[in-house]
Design a protein around this ligand. Structure first.
Ligand code: G3H
Ligand code: ZN
Length: 277
């Protein structure tokens, strides 16, 4: 069934557990993430980034498939727009029935980020959905590991008050698109942010963070854990092995199906780890 973001994040933030948010690139990913969540018996966030929308040349093809898969799931599923800075795309996601939107104004200066985020929050809340924003740019969006940025706790608190945002992505040492799980997080800063910020915190670029460090981050105060690249590593690794093993294999279902199963198993494992943190 479809849920909104705060339905999942608020109880988790209160309990000190984590919620998995996994990116959807193709229909197989949406099916895998829901199958994994059903195996674990836990809710999940399916997120579609503005980049993935560009890849599919529009929001509807991938969003309608994802919403359909989410609606018939046996667990609560949030369909979330990830890393959007296109205001028209935000409005399209709201109109299609997304449960939340992340407006990424992290490249803007503080005042411009507040103004643009506050506007998105207003439109989301009017539609009865939730909004995530980012303060302090989590690096690596261009594929180069850049873990240096840090979010300042008092500025983060002010940002949340000024915008009314429901969840906040913060920079604490992770970086996007890492294929090795070697990132070291600033756990003391996470605890300071948790104490200062009144809404659930979001860890982006979690693919580069080892399991035990993710668990420590959740215990220190991170709630929504965004993972994309790591599941692509699992998916593509399965495809690569199968195609390498059998040069005669041509039916795409014969390699996409096993890749989907492998991602589902990893999603179930990750959700259990986050929930048990
Ligand atoms: O917004 C999506 C996430 O931050 C995913 O990052 O590909 O490094 O796991 P990742
Ligand atoms: Zn991200």
């Amino acid at each position: 069934s479809l849920a909104r973001l705060t339905d999942l994040l608020q109880p988790a933030a209160a309990d000190g557990t984590g919620v998995g948010a996994f990116n959807v690139f193709s229909i197989e990913h949406a099916e895998a993430h829901v199958a994994g969540a059903e195996q674990a018996g836990l809710p999940v966030v399916l997120q579609i980034s503005q980049n993935a929308v560009r890849y599919h040349r529009g929001l509807e093809p991938i969003a309608l498939a994802t919403l359909s898969i989410a609606r018939s799931a046996a667990v609560p599923v949030v369909v979330h727009l990830d890393h959007a800075d296109d205001q028209e795309l935000v409005d399209q996601a709201i109109a299609l029935g997304f449960g939340s939107v992340m407006y990424d104004g992290s490249k803007l200066d503080y005042d411009a980020n507040v103004a643009a985020t506050a506007d998105v929050v207003l439109r989301c809340h009017r539609a009865g959905i939730d909004a995530e924003a980012e303060l302090g740019e989590v690096g690596g969006k261009d594929g180069v590991h850049a873990p240096g940025a840090r979010t300042e706790p008092q500025e983060a608190r002010q940002f949340v008050e000024a915008t009314g945002v429901d969840a906040l992505a913060v920079a604490v040492g992770s970086s996007h698109a890492m294929t090795s799980r070697t990132a070291v997080l600033d756990l003391a800063l996470i605890a300071e942010l948790k104490a200062a910020v009144p809404v659930p915190l979001v860890l982006h670029g979690s693919s580069g963070v080892p399991d035990d460090e993710i668990v420590r981050a959740v215990r220190a105060g991170m709630t929504k854990i965004n993972i994309a690249t790591h599941l692509n590593v699992v998916f593509t690794g399965t495809v690569r092995d199968l195609l390498g093993d059998d040069p005669k294999l041509v039916d795409s279902r014969k390699y996409l199906g096993p890749a989907r199963d492998a991602v589902a198993a990893e999603v179930a494992r990750l959700l259990g780890m986050l929930h048990g943190a």
